[in-house]
Structures are given as C-alpha cells and as structure tokens.
Design a protein around this ligand. Sequence first.
Ligand code: 5GP
Ligand code: ZN
Length: 115
Amino acid sequence: MTAANDCLFCKIAARTIAVDAVFEDDEFLAFRDLNPQAPVHILLIPKRHYATVMDMDDRAIMGRALEAVQQTAIKLGLDEEGFRTVLNCRDNGGQTVYHVHFHILGGRFMQRPPG
Ligand code: 5GP
Ligand code: ZN
C-alpha cells in the first residue's frame, strides 16, 4: 500500500481513522459516506494512494476497481434494483478529497441529469 502524508482516505485505508466498512479486500475498502446523499451512499477506495483517476496508471487495478464496485453492490443488495456510481475528478468534477474514490449511491431512484 502506498500512502500519502496527510491524506484522509489513506488514514481510513490504514484504519487510523475508524469508518463503517462494508467491503474490504487486499486492495480496496468500501465504507459509508459521512454525509450520505442517498439511503445507501458508499465510498470505494483503493488502499494505494492515487490523487485522482487521472493518476491511475495501472490497468489491472483499474479493472479490479470495477470488480470491487460489483462486489460492494452485491454485498449491499443493490445489484438487482441498481445504483449509480460517481467518480469526481478535480475542480470541475467537484472532487474534494484527493484520493481517488467511487461513490456508490442507491436505495432510491437517481434523478437525471446527474450534476
Ligand atoms: P468528493 O467530493 O471528493 O467526490 O467526495 C468526498 C466525499 O467524502 C464526500 O461525499 C464526503 O461526504 C466524504 N467524506 C469526507 N470526509 C469523510 C470522512 O472523514 N469519513 C467519511 N466516511 N466520508 C467522508
Ligand atoms: Zn491517499
């Protein structure tokens, strides 16, 4: 695991900061968002630090990240009714925490257009 100093989600990945984890394997951790925007609002992070999706340079981990989204959705029972995955990148994307993370939102119908 590569950790960045003073990164909130690296601390969460290392469990220095406690979170309500819903899925974990060697490379990923999924936990409930502090400020949920839907009945189910999960953040899925790689334990390794990448500031944004544009910094992800390993195709294999990118593929495994989507597998982890699938596994998290199944574990939370979102796979049948569906869910929305959001990945905010940098300023215009509205990214506030610079450790890449997928939002997984479910438990209600998602309006469109997103954003
Ligand atoms: P972004 O805006 O970067 O895409 O999303 C960051 C998300 O992290 C926000 O939805 C925010 O509520 C969540 N968040 C920020 N700090 C914490 C924290 O300490 N714990 C948890 N569980 N979520 C956090
Ligand atoms: Zn980090």
